[in-house]
Write a protein that binds this ligand. Structure first.
Ligand SMILES: *[C@@H]1O[C@H](CO)[C@@H](O)[C@H](O)[C@H]1NC(C)=O
Ligand SMILES: *[C@@H]1O[C@H](CO)[C@@H](O)[C@H](O)[C@H]1NC(C)=O
Ligand SMILES: *[C@@H]1O[C@H](CO)[C@@H](O)[C@H](O)[C@H]1NC(C)=O
Ligand SMILES: *[C@@H]1O[C@H](CO)[C@@H](O)[C@H](O)[C@H]1NC(C)=O
Ligand SMILES: *[C@@H]1O[C@H](CO)[C@@H](O)[C@H](O)[C@H]1NC(C)=O
Ligand SMILES: *[C@@H]1O[C@H](CO)[C@@H](O)[C@H](O)[C@H]1NC(C)=O
Ligand SMILES: *[C@@H]1O[C@H](CO)[C@@H](O)[C@H](O)[C@H]1NC(C)=O
Ligand SMILES: *[C@@H]1O[C@H](CO)[C@@H](O)[C@H](O)[C@H]1NC(C)=O
Length: 631
């Protein structure tokens, strides 16, 4: 099977800009040498440099060329990092971003042994003549002592990061677990197998969350080392920080899975004292529906909310397409996490519901059934299937979160119908266009514009009939608008015009979806629930020469439909224009239109767009009116 990858142009553009931003690794004092390795570097604006530190206690500080070993004003400074091994890097690193090509002069300010004066210096983008690296180093070797700044000075101008492994080596430990860190350091916890969490406690009550203000990371079950899931906490003051893993299955906290940042080294509140107290502590708790407090990322992508205590990093499961939960029950918590939040606890339901609103919700659910199906199936292919790699992971993940949103929005409809004991629309097996990414994207975009149109129609009707519906409808509309923007971006169209937010009579939207995608026998029940108009068949299209705008179309008029026919061209904001269909089926295209326009064959020419369905004969169909016309 040949795969066309419309995302390739975009993908390459994104990768190209990343590819030019290089990550440079620099070791500081490796092998016990008083040396940066490499000592000189050429870096482009946007490049990042990561410093990793070895025994004994080094730092990176910025000076001017003229004054080595002395920190300059507003300098970059990593903070000192003490560690024992000359060969294994400390878990703390320092990352800076290069902003321009001006020379940068760095040195190690360790006074004990006068590292800078022993030549422990580095230059980024040093000129090859004049103020060269060698000239800087020679100056450093003659520089006065002591170097500045002293031990204890806080980091600036870059990211100082401490990495802590959660469940290191499959043991019930944090590694490191007893750290001294500077204010301003970001502590990055990396999850490993099997199922751990990170929760802040007080010293006195280990294995219990702080009553308020503490950080809380969810349980993350994973089989991968490392999992790619991280949790970040910033050290904001010098007070001791105590934390534990709240897993009760094997009483992780009591078994020693605890840690501290800036614990006292003596007295009665040391790390050891905390660990001893934890060993005797009552069972760990974190409350049900504990909110996430801290920064959770999956391979760099921020996860806003896990709704509850467990993040399941497994993919969205396409079986969810068919799963309509009863009201009050929940999707797995990670769905709400991926969607950026769950459905509301209170929809503001009225005492009763009008018959119109029941129909609105049923049609919206029908459209949502399809959207959920096409999004989940496409996401699965992009993430794990034949299309993996077609787009950068950030785009694929965003499709996943949009699929999760579609599930949450469908719940708003089904919860409401169930609340009033009304029938749901059955979910059927759709014929999904999944042969190529391009087909999938086009179908997704088409259905999104149609669904937005139906939403606009229904909002305008519900405003008077059932106003409690409006917030849910408007929220779904916003989510769909975001989706279409992303799909637009993923498509390879020439300067693609954004899809129009056309008002679409909701009956026509449902009809199009059923006609096009609900082919199989399992959809018969659905077909009985909605009026289905025949598809509008366009047999010929005439465009201006050189791929200009579309001027005329030829349509099929069913022989049993007698009388005059018009094409209704549905534009934005509820606008509509009619052109007459001649006896040979030809009809002009209004010259005011551009981009994608919905067309309906009708037996009237003076209806407001909302009422077109009362005189519709066939359609709607999406027609590209202006821009390159490919035969
Ligand atoms: C680049 O700009 C950022 C933001 O102002 C700053 O924090 C950083 O230190 C700059 N990098 C260098 C190498 O000066
Ligand atoms: C992870 O552990 C928590 C707490 O024991 C539990 O509620 C959750 O079900 C576990 N997750 C998985 C995926 O097993
Ligand atoms: C993070 O990325 C790695 C490498 O691509 C992958 O193996 C891992 O499954 C990802 N983690 C998650 C939670 O998706
Ligand atoms: C800890 O030490 C302080 C004095 O250093 C003392 O007042 C306190 O009672 C001690 N606490 C415990 C739990 O031993
Ligand atoms: C924790 O770290 C301090 C300071 O480095 C050290 O004195 C102490 O022995 C450590 N405690 C444990 C239990 O490793
Ligand atoms: C994680 O989610 C997947 C997909 O829904 C599901 O199949 C799996 O059972 C879940 N794992 C746990 C342990 O809940
Ligand atoms: C519907 O509920 C409203 C109050 O929310 C009430 O005024 C009205 O009479 C009810 N209508 C019916 C048909 O029950
Ligand atoms: C368009 O073609 C399809 C498939 O041949 C047919 O079922 C449908 O009735 C046609 N529509 C019209 C309006 O003739």
């Amino acid at each position: 099977m040949s795969l066309r990858l419309p995302g390739l142009t975009l993908g390459l553009a994104v990768f190209a800009s990343l590819a030019s931003a290089t990550f440079h690794e620099v070791t500081v004092g490796k092998g016990g040498q008083l040396k940066f390795d490499p000592e000189t570097l050429t870096a482009q604006p946007g490049d990042q440099i990561r410093y990793s530190f070895f025994a004994k206690n080094h730092a990176v500080a910025q000076s001017t060329f003229d004054n080595p070993c002395q920190i300059q004003e507003n300098a970059i400074f990593s903070g000192f990092t003490a560690t024992d091994s000359p060969d294994v890097a400390a878990p703390t690193t320092f990352i800076i971003t290069v902003n321009d090509t001006k020379p940068l002069w760095f040195y190690c300010p360790q006074r004990n042994g006068d590292h800078c004066q022993k030549g422990m210096v580095q230059a980024i983008n040093a000129p090859s003549s004049g103020n060269t690296f060698d000239a800087y180093k020679a100056k450093a070797q003659k520089a006065s002592t002591p170097s500045t700044p002293p031990v204890g000075t806080l980091p600036a101008g870059g990211l100082r990061k401490l990495h802590v492994d959660v469940g290191f080596n499959a043991d019930l430990v944090f590694n490191p677990n007893n750290v001294t860190e500077l204010v301003g350091t970001v502590v990055e916890f990396g999850y490993n197998p099997a199922n751990h969490s990170i929760v802040q406690s007080s010293f006195d009550a280990p294995c219990q969350p702080l009553e308020s203000g503490g950080f809380i990371a969810p349980f993350v079950r994973t089989q991968q080392t490392p999992s790619g899931v991280t949790f970040e906490v910033t050290v904001t003051d010098t007070k001791p920080i105590w934390f534990y893993c709240a897993q009760t299955a094997k009483t992780h906290c009591q078994a020693g899975m605890v840690g501290s940042i800036n614990a006292a080294v003596d007295g009665n509140k040391t790390f050891q004292a905390f660990k001893d107290l934890a060993a005797k502590a009552p069972p760990s708790t974190i409350t049900a529906n504990t909110p996430l407090v801290g920064v959770l990322k999956v391979n760099g992508t921020l996860i806003n909310d896990v709704g509850s205590a467990v993040l399941n990093t497994t993919a969205l499961d396409p079986s969810l397409i068919y799963e309509i939960p009863p009201p009050g029950s929940d999707y797995p918590p990670y769905i709400g996490g991926m969607a950026g939040g769950n459905q509301p606890g209170d929809y503001g339901w009225g005492a009763n519901i009008t018959d119109e609103a029941v129909e609105f919700l049923q049609i919206l659910q029908l459209l949502a059934n399809f959207k959920v199906a096409i999004l989940l199936e496409g996401f699965t292919k992009l993430r794990y299937g034949e299309w993996a790699g077609a787009y950068p992971a950030s785009i694929t993940n965003t499709i996943g979160s949009l699929a999760a949103q579609a599930l949450i929005h469908r719940r708003a409809y089904t919860d409401s119908l169930q609340h009033y004991s009304k029938d749901l629309m059955s979910v059927c097996q759709y014929t999904l266009p999944l042969d190529t990414v391009d087909d999938w994207l086009q179908a997704l975009l088409t259905m999104m514009t149609l669904s937005m149109g139906a939403n606009i129609d229904i909002i305008s009707l519900a405003v008077t009939s059932d106003p409690w519906l409006v917030p849910a409808l408007a929220t779904a509309l916003g989510s769909e608008a975001r989706m279409t923007a992303l799909i637009n971006l993923m498509q390879n169209h020439v300067a693609s015009t954004a899809p129009r937010e056309a008002l679409m009579p909701y009956q026509l939207a449902a009809s199009f979806m059923i006609n096009k995608y609900a082919g199989g026998g399992s959809c018969d029940a659905v077909k009985d629930q909605v009026k289905v108009f025949p598809a509008l068949n366009i047999t010929n299209k005439v465009a201006q020469p050189d791929g200009g705008r579309l001027t005329q179309v030829t349509v099929e008029v069913p022989s049993e439909s007698k009388g005059d026919h018009w094409l209704a061209w549905i534009g934005a904001w509820g606008g509509v224009e009619y052109t007459v269909v001649a006896s040979d089926g030809t009809a002009p295209v209004p010259d005011s239109l551009s981009g994608h326009v919905w067309v309906v064959l009708t037996m009237a020419k003076d209806l407001k767009v909302r009422d077109i369905e009362t005189a519709a004969v066939a359609g709607p169909e999406l027609v590209w009116t202006a821009q390159q016309w490919a035969s």
